[in-house]
Ligand binder design. Structure first.
Ligand code: AMP
Ligand code: ZN
Length: 111
């Protein structure tokens, strides 16, 4: 399967990895929109939130985001977790990814 994030998981292309265990990988976004902009993904290929079904991996993803937020010191100042789904939200990579954004005041609503 030609999935760029699966290639990062398999270390076929490089990434700036922040956290890794058997189920979850987190790495810096190459086009950061905030001082902290990390993508957190399941190692198992899941295309979109529509495909999650009963997967427990969501719990693991949130546990990792919680941990990274503390490590980056944004757990107190605040952060945003974003999932873009489909065309209207501008999902560019069809491997489920949570954006963890922080380190500055974020505006609302998003565009
Ligand atoms: P989305 O628009 O929600 O699908 O987000 C895709 C994100 O992946 C964008 O923020 C990109 O900057 C990021 N991205 C694409 N390719 C890479 C890569 N090879 N390494 C790190 N981040 C990437
Ligand atoms: Zn994938």
């Amino acid at each position: 399967m030609d999935c760029i994030f699966c290639k990062i998981i398999k270390k076929e292309i490089p990434a700036s990895i922040v956290f890794e265990d058997d189920k979850v990988l987190a790495f810096n976004d190459t086009n950061p929109q905030a001082p902290v902009h990390i993508l957190v993904i399941p190692k198992q290929h899941v295309a979109t939130v529509n495909d999650l079904d009963a997967m427990n991996v969501v719990r693991d993803l949130f546990a990792v985001m919680n941990r990274i937020a503390k490590e980056k010191g944004i757990d107190k100042t605040g952060y945003r977790i974003v999932v873009n789904h489909g065309k209207h939200a501008g999902q560019a990579v069809d491997h489920l990814h949570f954006h963890l954004l922080g380190g500055r005041k974020l505006t609302w609503p998003p565009g």
